[in-house]
Design a protein around this ligand. Structure first.
Ligand code: ADP
Ligand code: MG
Length: 344
């Protein structure tokens, strides 16, 4: 009979990293999240897919020497102390203190940082959650952090092969991921550069309207169909853009819902928005039917295009603890859905 025994800590850690960092884009996303949590106003992402290289540069708060000592240890975070904090006050993207540890398990990780107002900057190099080097480094003259990730997935041949076999797909996915963040953070300048082909894939300037990004990513027709929206009651605020019911693929691709600026996967709010579009379309088609009975119409299910950000107290919902953090569960969906239905 097989013997059951606990796996060594190093093996557990490696398995966890392999699960949470399932592709190149997830690594980019985690690093950009960290820059945003550090209150950066400029975030630049440089990638070389062919050599599995990534660099994220920000002008955020930076990390002190003492902080850097702990960075990269699993569950070391500056963002919360207990679960109560997390579910009531935290508005950070990060909360698990796991991303940098996990990244160092699947690559060679280097962090160059200077904390705001400090005379020196520092560099830390990590591999497999272990510190290979930590010392003064004055490469950065201004406050902020540069994270360099080399040899991505060197120990995960299946993931590595996937990247090598479809570099363009990876680039598009990174671009989409940064754009999703740029749409909801209009005050921050983002840039994605493919250093292999010297190509700037994405660029957003702070204070530009998110609509210019929609035009660049989805076309002018999609932009022209959007209506701006900003409505609030004493608890919830809904801002952004929404179109009427539509059937084109371009429009259906733009269904971005954020809760407190975090992009969320399809759930009850997306379902409600689609149902409202169908109801709206039916009402219009009934009146049109009486005018032109024989006219043929596209009968595929219509739905709206939207970029909507719902702001509400963190105490109203819980976040799922799965790695991409994109599922939320409201303790009571009814007032949220009623509010949105009324607004739309
Ligand atoms: P988490 O974001 O969940 O706290 P991470 O492993 O992503 O976990 O980061 C660990 C800690 O390192 C963060 O809590 C933060 O204090 C610090 N850190 C990481 N990246 C940056 C950055 N770009 N700027 C400033 N601090 C950072
Ligand atoms: Mg993080």
């Amino acid at each position: 009979m097989a013997t059951i025994r606990p796996l060594p800590e190093s093996v557990r850690s490696s398995i966890r990293s392999g699960i949470s960092l399932f592709d190149f884009t997830r690594i980019v996303e985690e690093l950009v999240f960290n820059s945003l949590d550090a209150r950066a106003t400029k975030v630049s992402v440089f990638v070389n897919i062919g050599s599995c290289f990534l660099k994220v540069v920000d002008d955020g708060d930076g990390i002190t020497r003492d902080g850097l000592e702990l960075v990269g240890e699993r569950y070391a975070t500056s963002k919360f102390l207990n679960l109560a904090d997390l579910n009531t006050t935290s508005e950070n993207f990060g909360f698990r203190g796991e991303a940098l540890a996990s990244i160092s398990e699947v690559s060679l990780l280097e962090i160059v940082t200077r904390a705001y107002g400090r005379p020196n900057g520092y560099r830390k190099v990590l591999k497999g959650c272990k510190c290979l080097y930590l010392g003064i480094d004055d490469d950065r003259k201004e406050a902020g952090t540069t994270v360099i990730v080399c040899e991505i997935f060197y120990n995960q041949p299946v993931r590595r092969k996937h990247i090598e076999s479809s570099p363009n797909k990876v680039l598009q996915s990174i671009k989409k991921c940064v754009m999703r963040l740029a749409l909801v953070c209009p005050n921050i300048s983002f840039k994605v550069v493919d250093i292999e082909r010297e190509d700037e894939l994405f660029c957003s300037h702070s204070a530009a309207s998110p609509l210019s990004l929609v035009t660049a990513g989805f076309g002018v027709e999609v932009t022209n169909s959007l209506h701006e929206l900003e409505v609030e009651n004493n608890i919830i605020k809904l801002t952004g853009y929404i179109s009427g019911p539509c059937n084109t693929i371009d429009m259906k691709a733009l269904q971005y819902l954020y809760i407190n600026s975090q992009f969320v996967c399809k759930g009850p709010i997306h379902k409600l928005l689609s149902q409202l579009a169908i109801r709206f379309e039916h009402r219009n088609s009934w009146s049109a039917d009486s005018e032109c009975k024989n006219k043929k119409r596209d009968r595929s299910q219509p739905c709206p295009a939207y970029i909507l950000n719902l702001r509400c107290p963190r105490s109203l919902y819980v976040l799922s603890f799965e790695p991409s953090k994109t599922y939320v569960e409201f303790k009571d969906w009814t007032p949220i859905l009623n509010f949105i239905e009324k607004v739309i």
